[in-house]
Design a protein around this ligand. Structure first.
Ligand code: HEC
Ligand code: HEC
Length: 278
């Protein structure tokens, strides 16, 4: 077929039609590539600027800055799905069989749920090898011959473990036996043997400065709050660990994760169970 002289697109004058079409395609390709490159460069600049702004911001001020928070949430949500959901659950619901806390309930083992405090956990972890991580206390195993080296506690007899378990049932507002719970209260307050009050507080309200949970609410880190589950914590001891991410994830991702976890709890209805200092 003869090429039409009125073709709306032109190749080099006198060139055969195929070469003109190729040249046309080449120009279109170059233009598209240039636009894409420019868009990528602009996107990259935008991302880099937000990433820097996120790292430079005061952590607790980020939730008050919608643009920065929005960007952090998108990044934090995907990092959470990759690095945290295997333990903490897809929605942050935790896993009481493994002692993984619910991150949505506004009840904090450590601190009070500020972005700054959450970020510290994400950076350095809990009971990890990192010396900046939380590791001020573990739950002694009172049925062991040596419940806690640091505290030099004596083990409790099985009947004493039953007694203090009953006392916790009372504090929970669950059905309990008063004479047994009264004996348990003495174990709870004992200076040398139980020493429970030293970590969990005089009124068992917990201590967020050392990660000792409140024992008077229905929020359990381990088990379902049954006698058997409570007894097991006391007899065997507990020392949950959360990994440290410093050096594994970049600073902006770690901060974005803290913003995401803060958002998870801020979205949940406020509970009255928030740990308070004793
Ligand atoms: C291997 C399982 C595991 C992974 C992975 C994990 N965590 Fe944890 N995390 C835990 C456990 C267990 C605890 C409770 C530790 C304790 O008993 O003190 C915890 C505690 C926490 C706490 C403290 C909650 C409170 O009530 O004070 C935060 C915050 C947290 N994790 C955030 C994260 C984030 C964010 C990630 C992902 C970057 C993550 N965790 C990954 C197991 C894990
Ligand atoms: C040295 C500090 C310390 C002492 C003493 C101590 N606890 Fe604990 N206890 C903890 C910590 C820390 C945890 C949380 C462990 C974890 O995060 O894995 C805990 C967890 C528990 C739990 C599980 C709570 C839950 O939400 O699942 C129970 C029950 C408990 N302690 C009861 C007691 C009783 C009763 C005594 C005294 C006989 C006692 N504790 C003494 C630090 C202590």
């Amino acid at each position: 077929m003869q090429p039409s002289g009125h073709s709306p697109t032109r190749g080099p004058p006198g060139a055969p039609p195929k070469a003109r079409a190729r040249a046309r395609a080449g120009r279109a390709w170059l233009a598209t590539a240039a636009v894409l490159l420019l868009a990528a460069a602009l996107w990259w600049r935008h991302e880099a600027a937000l990433s820097t702004a996120l790292v430079q911001a005061y952590p607790d001020a980020i939730p008050g800055d919608p643009a920065l928070e929005g960007w952090a949430l998108a990044r934090g949500q995907s990092a959470y799905a990759r690095h945290c959901s295997s333990c903490h659950g897809a929605a942050g619901e935790g896993d009481r069989r493994r002692g993984v806390p619910d991150l949505r309930d506004g009840d904090w083992l450590y601190g009070s749920g500020r972005v700054l405090e959450i970020e510290r956990v994400v950076l350095y972890g809990i009971r990890t090898a990192n010396s900046k991580g939380w590791r001020l206390s573990v739950m002694p195993g009172y049925a062991r011959p040596e419940p806690d080296k640091q505290y030099r506690l004596e083990p409790l007899r099985p009947s004493e473990i039953d007694d203090v378990t009953e006392y916790l049932m009372k504090l929970q507002g669950q059905p309990y036996d008063e004479p047994i719970a009264a004996r348990g209260a003495l174990v709870y307050r004992n200076q040398a043997r139980g020493l429970c009050w030293d970590c969990h507080g005089e009124n068992a309200h917990g201590n967020p400065a050392i990660g000792a949970p409140r024992l008077t609410d229905s929020i359990w880190l381990y088990g379902d709050g049954s006698r058997a589950a409570i007894r097991r914590s006391i007899a065997e001891g507990r020392a949950g660990t959360c990994p440290a991410w410093v050096g594994k994830l970049d600073a902006a991702t770690i901060r974005a994760l803290a913003v995401w976890v803060h958002h998870l709890s801020a979205r949940a209805p406020a509970t009255t169970h928030t740990s308070a200092s004793p």
